[in-house]
Ligand binder design. Structure first.
Ligand code: AMP
Length: 312
């Protein structure tokens, strides 16, 4: 049930139509860890600077997350990202990305982090993702996320890591950018041909879709009346997916398991966007998540068309 994740641990400046935060805890590994900690023991891997406050480290430790592999670089600066969302919260502009301590970081994983059951390579330099993957002994399942920033600046390195993982989780636009394919199905086929057995495309407020050799599955996002800050929704989704898989211990990760894992990811992500940053998921319970998974199950059923009901 142990989960290792490498990815950014950050300070974010975020502007949404509903408010802003100048400096809040963020980062892909942070949002992922908070979500996955609902399901198992999480070890985030990554550096932070001397500016990283104890308060933030305490949030990272939520639900027993082990921070032994978070390296504090006293004279360095924590990764910083600034973004602005438009009225359509599905689109955002990156205003600033400052790698800070990630520029020099060479991961050295603890034995416990190397021996993880599930490994997630969250959004960060592909060379760091590869180094962490190299150090892990034999994870049962490996997932990967990335973003346009890395597709543009380190495409070859990213493709080399993709060839070695079980599942690639990107958003629609990123799949198109990576493959040059206009059709998502064609992009997914291209990624599956590289080696992964599953492709999950995140579609923001429209939900997420899964492609495997066994077929296709689509799940809408949980319907919400209030969305305050979508930052980290993709990472919380991935944390829910990976966490659910970790909780399934020895079982084979097939299409059916991934579709239920997506429901867990969708449910956790829906809480993430209801408040700024990590605020909501930090106090989330598994009971609340189970409730929304049951709702999603109910919402996505429709009757099997019997012969009389099938229109001729
Ligand atoms: P998401 O909204 O799921 O795409 O994730 C947003 C989080 O990713 C923010 O908390 C940022 O700190 C982090 N982030 C933004 N840009 C990058 C990048 N180029 N590499 C790694 N993490 C990033």
């Amino acid at each position: 049930m142990s989960i290792t994740v490498v990815g950014s641990i950050a300070y974010d400046a975020v502007h949404t139509p509903f408010g802003s935060r100048e400096r809040m805890l963020g980062g892909a590994a942070t949002h992922f860890s908070l979500a996955a900690s609902l399901f198992g023991t999480v070890r985030p891997v990554g550096p932070v600077g001397g500016d990283f406050a104890d308060r933030e480290m305490a949030v990272l430790r939520t639900r027993g997350t082990i921070v032994d592999d978070v390296q504090v670089v006293p004279d360095g600066t924590t990764f910083f990202w600034a973004g602005r969302y438009g009225w359509d919260l599905n689109s955002r502009d990156t205003l600033d990305t400052e790698l800070g301590v990630f520029g020099e970081f060479e991961p050295q994983l603890s034995d416990a982090a190397r021996n993880c059951d599930v490994l997630f390579l969250a959004n960060i330099q592909p060379t760091l993702q590869a180094s962490v993957l190299d150090q892990c002994t034999n994870p049962r399942w490996v997932g990967l996320d990335s973003m346009n920033f890395w597709i543009d600046s380190a495409r070859r390195e990213l493709v080399e890591v993709i060839e070695r993982v079980d599942c690639v989780v990107l958003n629609d636009d990123e799949f198109r950018l990576l493959t040059g394919q206009a059709s998502l199905a064609a992009a997914a086929r291209e990624i599956l041909a590289l080696g992964p057995t599953a492709v999950i495309a995140k579609q923001g407020k429209y939900g997420a879709v899964l492609f495997t050799s066994e077929g296709f599955f689509a799940l809408p996002a949980y319907p919400l009346e209030t969305v305050i800050d979508p930052t980290g929704a993709g990472d919380a989704f991935a944390g829910g997916v990976a966490g659910y898989i970790a909780a399934q211990r020895e079982r084979e990760v097939d299409h059916t398991m991934l579709s239920l894992a997506m429901a867990y990811g969708t449910a956790v992500a829906s809480f993430n966007v209801e408040e700024f940053g990590t605020e909501r998921v930090a106090r989330l319970t598994l009971d609340e998540v189970n409730g929304r998974v049951r709702d999603l199950h109910r919402m996505t059923q429709f009757p099997h068309p019997s012969p009389e009901e099938t229109l001729a």
